[in-house]
Design a protein around this ligand. Structure first.
Ligand code: ZN
Ligand code: ZN
Length: 276
């Protein structure tokens, strides 16, 4: 898989080709420039996602539109599509900001809104005008296409000009999952009800923060206690594996099938569910 630096390089090459095509000042060449710029936006979105691969679900890598890619990052970091300036300084007192901070530069990112709008606008020039556009006289002209291409090229240029990228700071929970995967999740990016879900699509174990005392954090997989019908021993089943028809095998070798059942409704139940 290409690393961030290679993805940036690909974006840079797209931009260089786009610039050369725009400079020809011919409609057909500008159209090809729009295609190159669309790819540059895609490469930069993938490069940003690269900083979040330990946090987002595995299927995030299958997403390809900048809108979907950036949306994945936003679910784990609400500031994922914001430019941030990065500074360093020596902390004299633990927990207190350093007296002197040295600015290293900016990690420049485009917003989900800009990426989506620009990707779509460039895409609209790659198709033959619709009959409706002909009829209403709204056929995009070369001037509009060129203007959009130049505007997008300037933003990509600005993004690529910064030597800093993929800064990802935060407080993280690190989890060694039951499936063998080590992953992390940013504190505050999930609710107690959601828990922390393993990004491995074949696992999806839900982890709960069982206790948190200062830097000592205990995480537990969400599970349910049950009694094995064969050996009558107390066992635990991971909650996400509780599905009707599933078969569980106990240490004793006994097999049990998970069944749905109905029980009489009790009036004093704390959270009654209304019938549809
Ligand atoms: Zn897992
Ligand atoms: Zn058993």
């Amino acid at each position: 898989m290409p690393i961030s630096g290679e993805l940036r390089q690909s974006a840079r090459e797209c931009l260089a080709r786009a610039r050369e095509l725009i400079a020809r000042n011919q409609e057909a060449a500008t159209r090809y420039a729009c295609l190159e710029l669309r790819q540059a936006i895609e490469y930069l979105a993938y490069q940003q996602l690269d900083a979040y691969l330990d946090e987002v679900p595995d299927d995030a890598m299958r997403k390809w539109t900048p809108r979907d890619v950036i949306a994945q990052m936003l679910t784990v970091d609400p500031t994922a599509d914001k430019t941030a300036s990065v500074s360093v300084g020596v902390e004299q007192v633990y927990g207190q900001p350093a007296a002197g901070m040295e600015t290293l530069g900016e990690d420049r990112r485009f917003t989900l809104k800009w990426a989506n709008r620009s990707h779509n606008a460039l895409g609209s020039f790659l198709h033959a005008p619709t009959l409706h556009q002909f009829e209403t006289g709204n056929v995009p002209d070369h001037g509009a296409m060129r203007e959009k291409a130049e505007e997008v090229a300037a933003v990509i240029d600005h993004t690529l000009a910064s030597p800093i990228y993929n800064a990802n700071f935060g407080e993280f929970y690190e989890i060694d999952c039951v499936c063998g995967r080590r992953f992390k999740r940013r504190a505050g990016s999930f609710t107690a009800q959601q828990g922390i879900v393993c990004p491995n699509t074949n696992c999806r174990t839900i982890w709960d923060v069982a206790s948190e005392k200062g830097t000592r954090i205990e995480l537990r997989p969400r599970q349910t206690e049950y009694v094995c019908p064969s050996c009558k021993g107390t066992r635990y089943l991971l909650n996400h594996k509780i599905k009707a028809g599933g078969v569980i095998v106990c240490d004793c070798g006994g097999r049990a099938e998970i069944c749905l059942s109905l029980s009489p409704f009790e009036e004093d139940a704390s959270s009654p569910e209304s019938a549809p």
